[in-house]
Design a protein around this ligand. Structure first.
Ligand code: BT5
Length: 272
């Protein structure tokens, strides 16, 4: 509790047994409490009865084996000014990098980022991230809510879809959820502070010497591969993923030579 919160530089850490959705709860809180929980607060639930994925999809978060973690961010630069909202699209990849780091530290696993919001091991999804903007209270700057669902202890039979996996399956041994949570929050807290300290500039070199864009590019397994992207309205794009643009959109080069930048929010499905 308090030890982890201070080690990770959190303004608040709350753990509850049961909730509808940790994202929904923090978004509600952001709208009613101007600065109530500080600039980096965390809500963890033992079980979500209405866990959400993107585009109104359902996210399964069974008791005892999964982690449901949401952070509420009110990003400010060192000078105390709210961070420009253009940088907000980088928070979801930032969370993915933190989780990747946590899985290496807590379980010795090498995970990759499947653009836009999945963390995968050997092609299967171990975690999904849901980023949302929440209106600030009294017309203040919007807050960011970043939810991460992590499959930690599930066996093969307990997973909802064949494309899913868990930390325990991949590590071949049980891994304590506390270890994953601690490593994730520490890594996230550190990366979040770094990013705020450079005013949310995704190209600014961070402590590791490389900018956020470069780090995300290095970790994103989608790049360089052929992809088929489903867009809203049932349209498809097919081609090679060549990189990320300054807003984190995926650059796709179609076979006819046309180039597209696909914003994370516009993707229904992405298949290799
Ligand atoms: C995501 O959506 O991957 C984002 C999931 C975010 C969940 C966290 S938990 C804490 C916070 N509170 C919330 O209410 N949500 C966040 P998406 O890319 O739309 O993937 C959803 C799809 O993944 C579903 O349609 C299923 O096919 C599949 N799925 C559902 N549960 C899964 C699980 N536990 N593991 C792997 N895949 C799952």
């Amino acid at each position: 509790g308090p030890d982890l919160a201070s080690a990770a530089g959190l303004s608040r850490l709350e753990v509850v047994d049961e909730i509808g959705s940790t994202n929904t709860e923090l978004a509600r809180l952001a709208a009613v409490e101007p600065d109530g929980w500080g600039d980096l607060s965390v809500l963890v639930a033992e079980h979500q009865s209405a866990g959400r994925g993107r585009l109104q999809r359902h996210w399964e978060s069974p008791t005892g084996t999964s982690l449901s973690v949401s952070v509420l961010l009110r990003p400010r630069s060192r000078s105390g000014r709210p961070l420009p909202t253009q940088g907000y699209s980088w928070f979801s990849p930032l969370a993915a990098l933190a989780l990747r780091e946590a899985l290496a530290e807590a379980a010795g696993l090498e995970a990759g980022v499947k653009w836009p919001n999945d963390v995968v091991i050997a092609g299967r999804k171990v975690s999904g991230i849901l980023a949302q903007l929440a209106p600030g209270a009294h017309g203040g700057p919007p807050a960011v809510v970043l939810g991460t669902g992590i499959n930690v202890g599930q066996t093969e039979d307990e997973l909802p879809v064949p494309t899913a996996t868990s930390v325990a399956i991949e590590a071949g041994r049980p891994v304590a959820r506390e270890a994953v949570l601690t490593a994730y929050l520490k890594a996230f807290g550190r990366r979040y502070r770094e990013f705020c300290a450079v005013d949310g500039d995704p190209d600014a070199p961070l402590v590791a010497g490389r900018g956020l864009v470069g780090q995300v590019q290095d970790a994103t397994i989608t790049l360089g591969k052929r992809v088929r992207v489903e867009l809203p309205g049932g349209r498809f794009l097919e081609g090679r993923a060549t990189g990320l643009d300054p807003h984190g959109a995926l650059l796709v080069l179609e076979d006819d030579g046309s180039r597209h930048a696909v914003a994370a929010g516009d993707v229904v499905h992405l298949r290799p």
